[in-house]
Design a protein around this ligand. Structure first.
Ligand code: CP
Length: 309
């Protein structure tokens, strides 16, 4: 297979295992490219890509921009702050004005779940979802799975625990869907108040005890508490959250095995994870970031529909 089954990347829900394997094999090639002295290839010359960020981002925004530039695409960047969105312009009007400048692909982050799907139905460009509210963050899940696969060889039969604020996390849903498609067993762990009511219907184990989750898993993906999406109090204080669900070196070292530690970032050091865990040799947090560029290059390249490298 040399083509993806979808025109857009809206969510992991919409792509097949073959799509994921194709993205991974393409990303492996691009990872080799970006480690060469000359890191650029002409694959997306004459393709124009707009990065539309209606919500804050550091990693995803920079990673997509770098991936696009490594592929020689023309890139325009848009941030809602400082734009005419602040004067009341709608999403469709904003995007149609950008597309009138002859844009081929749109990478969009938006606070509303379904925003990328909505856009794909109303504009004539390929859409990549860079995070839509608490719904999906497909390229994050792809780079997480790619990074685990690189370390452990395969996801098949591996036990992945996703720990923290599951309720407000788009990373959690995309990770669950992606890891399960690749044959991993998935557990979610966090306070009852931050656990979606019907989460077990996704075929995941649910655990409320952090130590039990850590003893069960091969990989722990630590999520941050998304205070910006919380309109009510879900736990008494951050300190109490950390006491129950924070991962420190003492707890990590007390396990009778070495598990891999992932975190999508941004990290709240000292809340969900201490610095000595984040910076330990079991952490692959910066490898996730490095792999993110190669994985996004693969997604952009495959969606642009080019078969040559
Ligand atoms: N992982 C992630 O989405 O980080 P940013 O919010 O910085 O893009």
């Amino acid at each position: 297979m040399t083509r993806l089954s979808t025109k857009h990347l809206l969510g992991i829900k919409d792509i097949t295992v073959d799509d994921i394997e194709l993205i991974f094999s393409t990303a492996e090639n691009f990872k080799e490219v970006i480690n060469r002295p000359i890191k650029k290839v002409p694959s997306l010359r004459d393709i124009t890509i707009a990065n539309l960020f209606f919500e804050n981002s550091t990693r995803t925004k920079l990673s997509f921009e770098l991936a696009e530039k490594r592929l020689s695409a023309d890139v325009i960047n848009f941030s809602a702050s400082g734009s005419s969105v602040k004067k009341g312009e709608t999403l469709i009007d904003t995007v149609n004005n950008i597309l009138a400048m002859k844009v081929d692909m749109v990478v969009m982050r938006h606070a509303n779940p379904g925003a990328a799907l909505f856009l794909s139905k109303h504009v004539d460009a390929k859409i990549i979802n860079a995070g839509d509210g608490a719904h999906e963050h497909p390229t994050q899940a792809l780079l997480d799975a790619f990074s685990i696969r690189e370390k452990l060889g395969s996801l098949k039969g591996k036990k992945v625990a996703i720990i923290g604020d599951i309720l407000h996390s788009r990373v959690a849903l995309s990770n669950i869907l992606c890891m399960k498609k690749l044959g991993a067993e998935v557990m979610v762990c966090g306070p009852t108040t931050l656990m979606p009511k019907h989460i077990s219907e996704l075929g995941v184990e649910v655990e409320f005890d952090l130590r039990k989750a850590l003893e069960w898993c091969d990989v722990a993906n630590m999520l941050r508490i998304q205070l910006e999406r919380q309109e009510i109090k879900y736990f008494p204080t951050l300190r109490e959250y950390t006491m129950q669900y924070g991962l420190d070196k003492k707890l990590l070292d007390s396990l009778n095995k070495k598990i891999l530690i992932l975190h999508p970032g941004p990290i709240n050091r000292g809340v969900e994870i201490t610095s000595d865990v984040a910076d330990s040799d079991q952490s692959i947090i910066l490898e996730q970031v490095e792999n993110g560029v190669a994985v996004r290059m693969a997604v952009l390249y495959l969606l642009a529909g080019r078969s040559e490298n």
